[in-house]
Design a protein around this ligand. Structure first.
Ligand code: TXA
Ligand code: MG
Length: 337
């Protein structure tokens, strides 16, 4: 199959993409976080094609993207938890995904057989327009092959899924660069299943107490991991990644230890580290910029035929928490669950 590139600044292109969605095809599209690959969420056959294109196992559920509160409410059962209103007002549209009890309208293939559905109302105008013109909720995981680095440009999405999907809507680079925060409202207490673009501190401000579930934590329910996508290795380039908490000194030390090999670094501006190749990541502490360049950096380093990629770990504060989690997962040893 030949994958069309459609320029999103042209209204005709977004219309064309919505016709592909309505006809049961797959379209990659920009959101404020990363590119997603979408299909009509109500069409079981179309959703199955996403699993095939991504080589994603059927047990990993997808997020349903909507373009209005009304559409969101039609995906879940009628009585919404009390926190819903507060969260909707504070963060939607935006990079927050809520896990809620699912409506019978949502096919099981979308939720991997769960009684819950993950819903998100993206802020990106192209994503909103595509959903609104399709007049359908769109099931969409990130537009990468399973366990690989999420795409933040149309070119990345093409490299991952070119030849496997009907079209890519090119809306330029994604402004945030890390995925949405996944917040589960179906447990006793609200719990964050995946840290992301809306920070823990921001959610706490609205809800008070919030639990953060770690992939290693004791919170695994009867279905195993509360969020199946939380398995260890994820967001990973092909090249091995080693991440360190020891900042500039630690990074320099890591690079020195393997100096006879080709080492690349995600390198904060001004840090002195003698790696074979450095990706100029941005100012340390400016987590907004570092988040937006994280996946592009990992992808670029992965193309440099290196033996190893080294990276410093941000502290678990604000958006740093999401970057930290991604780097820890990228550096997990393959084969770990
Ligand atoms: O920013 C984002 O969220 C992007 C853009 C495209 O919207 N999407 C994204 O989708 O990252 P994906 O499929 O790569 O990650 C969704 C995560 C997975 O870890 C999945 O296991 C979890 O959400 N998830 C989906 N439905 C769930 C459910 N019903 N219960 C628990 N976790 C769920
Ligand atoms: Mg993903």
């Amino acid at each position: 199959m030949q994958t069309l590139t459609l320029l999103a600044n042209n209204e005709g292109s977004v219309e064309q993409a919505s016709r592909i969605i309505r006809a049961g095809g797959l379209v990659a599209f920009p959101t404020e976080t990363v590119y997603g690959v979408g299909a009509n969420a109500l069409d079981e056959v179309a959703v199955r094609k996403i699993f095939l294109a991504k080589e994603r196992p059927a047990w990993d559920p997808m997020i349903v993207h909507v373009s209005s509160r009304e559409m969101l409410e039609s995906m879940v059962i009628a009585t919404l938890p009390v926190q819903f209103d507060q969260l909707f007002c504070a963060f939607m549209p935006g990079p927050l995904t809520l896990v809620l009890p699912k409506s019978p309208r949502v096919p099981d293939v979308v939720t991997a057989g769960r009684e819950t559905v993950a819903v998100r109302f993206p802020a990106h105008p192209v994503a909103q327009r595509l959903i609104a013109l399709s007049e359908l909720p769109i099931a969409a995981p990130s537009a990468n092959r399973f366990q690989r680095v999420s795409p933040t440009t149309a070119q990345h999405a093409m490299a991952e899924l070119g030849g496997r999907i009907e079209a890519i809507l090119d809306g330029g680079p994604c402004p945030i660069g890390v995925e949405s925060t996944v917040l589960d409202l179906t447990a006793d207490k609200p719990r964050i299943l995946r840290q992301g673009a809306v920070t823990l501190e921001q959610v706490q401000k609205v809800l008070g107490e919030v639990v953060v579930v770690s992939a290693d934590g004791p919170h695994h329910g009867q279905n195993g991991l509360p969020s199946p996508g939380m398995m260890h290795r994820h967001y990973a380039p092909r090249t091995r990644v080693v991440a360190t908490d020891a900042q500039e000194k630690g990074l320099a030390e890591l690079a020195r230890q393997v100096s006879q090999r080709r080492v690349g670094a995600l390198l904060p501006s001004g840090w002195k580290v003698s790696a074979s190749v450095g990706f100029d990541w941005g100012s340390w502490g400016n987590w907004t910029v570092l988040a937006s360049r994280l996946y592009a950096g990992l992808r670029w380093l992965d193309e440099q035929r290196l033996d190893l990629i080294v990276a410093p770990l941000p502290p678990a504060e604000g958006l740093g928490g999401a970057i930290r989690e991604r780097l820890l997962k990228a550096s997990a040893v393959p084969g770990n669950t």
